[in-house]
Design a protein around this ligand. Sequence first.
Ligand code: AMP
Length: 197
Amino acid sequence: MADHATTSANTPEIVLLMGPPGAGKGTQATALAEARGLTPLSTGTMLRDHVARGTELGQRAKAIMDAGDLVPDDVIVGMVRAELEAADPPRFLLDGFPRTPAQAAALDAMLAELGTQVTAAIALEADDEELVQRLLKRAELEGRSDDNETTVRNRMEVYRQQTQPLLEYYEGRGALKRVDGIGSIEEIQARIREVLP
Ligand code: AMP
């Protein structure tokens, strides 16, 4: 079984946390990043921060996010590139990136430049019914402006069309780890740690 001792703070490590909206990526990210000594990087959180600060990027992104659509690839890749290049060695837990084939290709190219590659892609899985329930509950608790029912449905559809095909991409190279996303936070965290190299 993989454990903390098998990862070293001096080696690059890039773990992707993937899965549909509501699968629990954000919830698992903090504990997992801490356990592996990784910096958590959520493109959604970075974008929400831009929106809150009213930056030019935030102003452009807000309407797209509120509709549940994807922010253009070049904007997202630029944000991630800045973080990857500033770290030595790059040790990141990427939550919500990549979301399109173009982003996955850009990530591969950036990592190749840094002399590394994706360590593992974790796919958190849950059925649609469970996902919608969770998202609507989160809408009540957190008041995220993109958690209303219309947006939730669109985000699911966007995930299915643009992001889900990436799972096969990582599966094809043996990096995909599918994890059952139904259970307590601790149970799911344990499953994730079990499958990591
Ligand atoms: P999240 O918090 O990951 O669910 O992201 C919230 C919203 O931010 C998404 O619905 C998109 O509008 C936008 N977003 C976050 N990450 C990306 C990404 N990698 N590519 C495009 N848009 C993104």
